[in-house]
Design a binder for this molecule. Structure first.
Ligand SMILES: [Zn+2]
Ligand SMILES: [Zn+2]
Length: 324
């Protein structure tokens, strides 16, 4: 499914099967998650995508062929391909273990063709071996919603009372991990979204309410998954002194001005950008221990536009996953 230009629908196309170069693997794609970042690319909120582009950065598949010099994977092995597709290894960020901030990083389904396809090619160093325990479709959301959700949870520190703003694919995974770690979780959804609030409670969240409501007690940290800048001051009002508000999305509408009062008391606002391979290794080892159960809506590849539309309309419970 090809994106020819922003603001267009994806189109089914027959293209040559991509060949693995040195250091790359060719992957027979089985499943690919549909992430909000895909919508940001389609909507032109992320500048200069490769065009035409194959979206998709929550890829589960099996290695079909290995390129020269690859000893990390063998044919037939199940792998996951995430958003971070390449980093330079040389810049000050890469050398400091912060490859998520690499100046020259390249991202899957944005600058590199991704997984809305039958085959894709990936740099073997940035693909993960996938443990058993999750079927292909259920494993796909772990690769971005799970991974970047996990990085956001780490950024929230050891907060015992955790708020999650926007209860979509990432939050439904993070809630389970946070509960496993013994934290108390509070979920914030669109006002009146009783279904999302019920879903949150079903996953062990102790309180679920509207995003403009205050929780029953102050929080120690909050993660804002929804791409809505107005939620940042709302979350600041909900966290106690010393609390952290983590913005987890790659794109967000403008944050409205707010009184210094709600930042005072050593409250922190920060973002989380991308992922490192270390995040992936940690999270993929943790997920089966929780165990994280992902709620998915499967769609055949050729109905990718419909899946994106469901996500845009806020109708998805858990995550949409393309089945290939
Ligand atoms: Zn770098
Ligand atoms: Zn994503």
């Amino acid at each position: 499914m090809l994106l020819d230009a922003p603001h267009r629908l994806l189109r089914a196309a027959d293209t040559p099967t991509p060949e693995p170069g040195p250091g790359e693997v060719q992957v027979d794609v089985r499943a690919c998650g549909v992430c909000r970042t895909d919508l940001h690319v389609v909507d032109g909120a992320l500048p200069n995508p490769k065009l035409p582009l194959v979206l998709g950065h929550e890829i589960v598949g099996t290695v079909a062929r290995v390129g020269a010099g690859v000893d990390r994977f063998t044919t037939g092995q199940r792998v996951g391909i995430p958003w971070l597709g390449w980093s330079c290894g040389e810049c000050r960020y890469c050398r400091a273990g912060r490859e998520n901030l690499c100046d020259r990083a390249r991202f899957t389904g944005y600058q590199i063709d991704g997984g809305y396809a039958e085959y894709t090619v990936a740099d073997a160093r940035f693909a993960f071996p996938l443990p058993d325990g999750h079927a292909d479709l259920e494993a796909a959301p772990l690769l971005c919603a799970g991974l970047i959700g996990y990085r956001s949870l780490v950024a929230a520190g050891d907060a015992g009372r955790l708020g999650l703003y926007g209860f979509g694919a990432a939050a439904h995974i993070v809630a389970q991990v946070a509960r496993y770690q013994g934290r108390r979780v509070f979920a914030f959804t669109r006002a009146g979204d009783a279904e999302a609030q019920l879903f949150a409670r079903h996953l062990g969240v102790e309180w679920a309410g509207a995003s403009d409501a205050l929780p029953p007690e102050p929080l120690d940290a909050a993660i804002v998954f929804a791409p809505v800048g107005g939620l940042v001051p709302a979350a600041l009002r909900a966290v106690a002194k010393g609390g952290t508000v983590v913005c987890a999305g790659i794109h967000m509408s403008d944050i409205p001005s707010f009184p210094y009062d709600i930042l005072w008391g050593e409250r922190v606002v920060r973002s989380v950008a991308n992922l490192t391979r270390k995040d992936g290794e940690e999270f993929l080892a943790l997920a089966p221990r929780v165990p994280v159960r992902t709620e998915i809506e499967p769609y055949p590849l050729e109905r990718a536009n419909e899946a994106l539309g469901r996500l845009r309309a806020g109708k998805v419970r858990g995550a949409c996953v393309l089945q290939i």
